[in-house]
Design a protein around this ligand. Sequence first.
Ligand code: SF4
Length: 231
Amino acid sequence: MRISAKDLGWLATVDFCPRCFWIERHAKGLPYQMGFPGIFSSIDSYTKNIVERHFQRSGKLPSWLGEIGEVKRIIPVRQSEFKIVKGGVTLTGAPDLLFQRHDGSFGIVDYKTARYTGNQDSLMPVYRIQLNGYAYIAEGIGYKPVNDLYLVYFEPPYKEAYERITDAHTNHDGFEMPFTPRIHRIRKDAKEVELLLKKAWQIYSGEGPPKGLNGCNDCERLEELVGIAGL
Ligand code: SF4
């Protein structure tokens, strides 16, 4: 089974449903599946480009990433090589930024286009495992030790700032939208990644779908519909 570091993160959320997971992994091409809007990944890749170009020119990260500290080099990440096999599971995924410090240790950064709410963010467990998954892969393929993990949120402007922004960022070609970075450090936890990989494999390799979440009526409704349709 192949699973991305981000998808592994869903296993750490409070409302993770093993039944949904089993069905999604075994049934190809489920109906009513919505793709995630591509605009966020475009912003992430634009940011990546800005950071890498700045580093090439100046040998430093941009000042708005100053909290991350000094960096010796940025390592190009090839998605096809960024994976590791553990038990029956291949863990995949490529971080937005992998760097090495002067002391030889490594750091990983992932960009999020969202407002920063710290540990109140309901997606924080997903992001925490995603970053730890990247660290797990990085160390597994030789970039070790990974000592620093960061989430960088890029916040769009608040409504109160619109007036000021409109004048400064509009020109004949269109407009620019400024984003404010907020840096959040993530604790490294390789053990949790291993436990979740084991959990993912146990659910996936079960003979049939396990029990769903208590209190989720959708499965019951589906069975009623199947009964009505005489399937
Ligand atoms: S219990 Fe709910 S969440 Fe789980 S498989 Fe059924 S519909 Fe999905």
